[in-house]
Design a binder for this molecule. Structure first.
Ligand code: G3I
Length: 372
């Protein structure tokens, strides 16, 4: 495929975006004009399994609470081939205040993945937002801090070696608007970029086979942040960091300018490394007043899902690491629980609260089916 062709929005993905609307018997313009609902058309039930349409891992996030929900487990095991622990493989769940490790919840997630033959994606090892008491207590003692971080990474990555195929080694290292790199307990004790290099080295020491990724968010929303992130990746690679993939979280909303998601994926792929769309959700809210009817917001949401999947499908197969949504059913979304959850009616995912497929699901299915 020539470079020019590789850059053009994939015709079929654009059709898919329209396809989700076409399934509703109306195009975007018609939907906006007639206000027709996207739920009016008959659809195959049960919906197709996306993991069977995709030639790459289809993922979602999981928690022990969801594992115990049989409806969720049925939906997740039908649709997905990979899982990411939403929070229980992080320090906040594993690293106890006295510095010892509690793997109870993480092990339950690993056991579920093993039992259901799901790939396990490790998330996340070093994150500025995770500075638990056991690390705070040695803040400033650089040697002790380095030993503690190394011991943590060796223990966690070593425990799931051979099952966790990959890890988000460093998460969210770039500041909110891309001005620079975050100042955090890790940078203060181990060095602004050295902490990242060390984390990658320790993870590689613990598991010579795992794919090691660096992960961040708003890389499509904020081009300046994407540029800072890419310069960081370039420097780390030049310093020998064993970065084997790039995670772009893709927490977006329906007001993201069309094409921004595609541009981000295309630029991030310029390193030639595998890309993980790692935490995709498309909020119906956002930072502006939007008085459109809900059905039209859902159509706009379907268009964003189609665009991101289309851009991912335009990557060479070797760069399609995995495509993960941060949840399946709206009611399970972190956006229903986050401090800015508003009225709690956001519906960012591809299945509604009852597990019924939404236009966003059909947009993904159409994009995948047009490429088979
Ligand atoms: O459910 C437990 C409860 O049983 C327990 O008593 C309580 C004790 O603190 O914790 C509750 O779990 C909370 C969990 O979410 C489930 O709601 C944790 O406190 C809380 O920290 C956790 O927040 C997670 C957050 O990361 C921090 O780990 C969110 O679920 C999760 O969606 C969010 O995910 C992040 C990614 O890792 C990185 N990218 C951004 C994304 C969204 O913030």
């Amino acid at each position: 495929m020539t470079q020019g062709a590789a850059n053009r929005p994939h015709r079929r993905a654009l059709l898919a975006a329209g396809g989700a609307l076409a399934l509703s018997g109306c195009g975007r313009g018609q939907a906006e004009a007639s206000g027709a609902t996207l739920y009016d058309v008959p659809r195959p039930d049960p919906p197709p399994a996306l993991k069977e349409l995709a030639g790459f891992p289809l993922g979602t996030c999981v928690s022990t609470g969801l594992i115990d929900d049989p409806d969720w487990a049925t939906l997740a095991t039908r649709q997905c081939s990979q899982v990411t622990a939403e929070w229980e493989m992080k320090m906040e769940s594993i690293l106890k205040d006295d510095g010892t490790f509690d793997f109870t919840r993480a092990d339950r997630i690993a056991a579920f993945a093993q039992r259901e033959d799901l790939r396990l994606f490790g998330h996340t090892l070093v994150w500025y937002a995770q500075d638990p008491p056991a690390l705070k207590r040695i803040d400033g003692d650089k040697r002790a801090f380095d030993n503690a971080v190394r011991n943590y990474i060796l223990a966690v990555v070593g425990r799931y070696r051979g099952q966790a195929v990959a890890w988000d080694v460093v998460n969210e290292a770039v500041t909110e608007h891309g001005e620079g790199l975050r100042d955090c307990i890790y940078s203060r004790n181990l060095g602004q970029e050295d902490y990242m290099l060390l984390a990658f080295q320790y993870a590689r020491e613990a598991d010579p086979q795992a794919v090691l990724l660096i992960n961040d968010y708003n890389l499509e929303v904020t081009p300046a942040k994407r540029a800072t992130f890419m310069r960081l990746v370039e420097r780390l690679l030049k310093r020998g960091a064993p970065i084997g993939g790039i995670g772009t979280q893709t927490h977006i909303d329906i007001h993201l300018p069309p094409g921004a998601g595609r541009t981000a994926i295309r630029e991030l792929a310029s390193f030639g490394l595998p890309i993980h769309v790692s935490e995709l959700d498309v909020s119906l809210r956002g930072d502006r007043m939007d008085l459109r009817p809900r059905e039209q917001k859902l159509a706009a949401q379907a268009g964003r899902y189609a665009e991101v999947m289309g851009a991912f499908l335009d990557l060479p197969p070797r760069q399609r690491f995995a495509f993960t949504t941060w949840g399946l059913r709206d009611k399970d979304s972190w956006l229903r629980r986050s401090p800015n959850a508003g009225d709690g009616t956001d519906a960012p995912l591809t299945f509604d609260d009852h597990g019924h497929a939404k236009p966003g699901f059909w947009a993904l299915a159409d994009a995948l089916q047009t490429r088979r």
